[in-house]
Design a protein around this ligand. Structure first.
Ligand SMILES: NC(=O)c1ccc[n+]([C@@H]2O[C@H](COP(=O)([O-])OP(=O)(O)OC[C@H]3O[C@@H](n4cnc5c(N)ncnc54)[C@H](O)[C@@H]3O)[C@@H](O)[C@H]2O)c1
Length: 315
């Protein structure tokens, strides 16, 4: 049967409309290509608490390794520790490694003696960053202790309070002074982030299973404090994230003695069957602190060779 008038005319109109649309100039705005974040930390100023390390001259803790990596990427770093000699050791190592010579160079480290459980000291640290370097971009809250031993029926109450003060309250106190300092930083469409905070938790704060109550409780608080802070300060351009290390082999863990058998057991608890060290930790922290992570806030990043990804390692 021959096609009727409508069957001929409708496809003809559709074709004509398609052709004229193709010829029309594209009036939608051109796509903007995003600026690629820089990987260095030049001109940034960072505070690392707990930047020293108990142990021998060559030992590095999580804080000292982090300070070294931040400085290596170009940041000026305030190495904060309750023990000035520990902080000085890290600062000296950084300055020697970076061969700091020119006065304009920002990539240098200074040692600051401070107890981060004390609000006066926390303010002093931030003031020092502002007076010495004129700005503050990064805060890494590393200080943390195993704290009071025992379970609810038998732990010492003063030890419990003291442990919470070191592991949780200190991070809040540092943020109390650091956030207003970060808010002084310029904010543009291209660079919407004014500051970055990384809190150090632990896989013990994500799971039960540790023998003493204080440590997992306090680290669990750090995890959710991070999310809460991320919400409070996100609109102002301050990112807040948390790194949760697993069973790293660090001076904190081996300084009181660790048998080879225990060390091997810890290694086997991870999916990768590999022992972690301070550099595994510090690289994760540096990433979260840097502009490479400019779209990440409120994140909890386990650095544990997959230990918390599985409920058991049966094979
Ligand atoms: N080492 C691990 O396997 C492991 C695992 C999970 C989480 N973590 C966490 O990593 C962080 C650091 O661990 P680490 O092994 O480097 O510890 P560390 O004990 O070797 O170093 C901590 C540093 O903090 C300093 N410090 C302690 N209290 C302070 C205070 N009130 N004010 C200022 N400085 C203080 C100490 O003098 C020391 O130099 C802690 O938060 C810890 O809970 C470690």
């Amino acid at each position: 049967m021959a096609p009727n008038f409508l069957e001929i005319i409708i496809p003809t109109f559709k074709l004509a409309a398609r052709l004229s649309a193709a010829q029309r100039p594209n009036t939608s705005p051109p796509h903007e290509h995003p600026t690629r974040p820089v990987v260095h930390l030049n001109n940034k100023v960072a505070i690392v608490t707990g930047a020293g390390c108990h142990g021998s001259q060559d030992d590095l803790g999580n804080g000292s390794a982090t300070a070294i990596l931040l400085a290596e990427a170009g940041a000026a770093v305030l190495c904060v520790d309750r023990d000035l000699s520990f902080a000085e050791r890290t600062a000296a190592l950084i300055n020697r490694n970076n061969n700091i010579s020119s006065p304009g160079q920002t990539s240098l480290a200074v040692a600051v003696e401070a107890d981060v459980t004390n609000p006066v000291d926390c303010k002093k640290i931030t003031d020092h960053a502002l007076s010495r370097f004129g700005r503050l971009d990064i805060l890494i809250n590393v200080v943390g202790v195993m704290g009071a031993r025992g379970t609810a029926p038998d732990l010492d109450l003063d030890g419990w309070d003291a442990g919470l003060r070191v592991n949780v309250t200190s991070m809040m106190l540092m943020a109390r002074y650091a956030v207003p300092a970060m808010l002084r930083n310029e904010r543009t469409a291209e660079r919407p982030v004014r500051g970055s905070i990384v809190n150090v938790g632990s896989v013990a704060g994500l799971r039960g299973g540790t023998p003493h109550l204080l440590y997992p409780t306090s680290k669990g608080a750090v995890v959710n404090m991070t999310r809460a802070m991320a919400v409070h300060h996100g609109r102002d351009g301050v990112r807040v994230n948390c790194v949760c290390p697993g069973m790293l082999y660090t001076p904190m863990m081996y300084r009181n003695g660790m048998s080879d058998e225990m060390r091997e057991k810890r290694r086997q608890r991870s999916l990768l069957q590999t022992e972690g060290n301070v550099w595994d930790f510090a690289h994760a922290v540096r990433f979260l602190a840097s502009d490479e992570a400019r779209w990440i806030t409120g994140a909890i990043l386990p650095v544990d060779a997959g230990a918390t990804a599985a409920t058991s390692l049966s094979s």
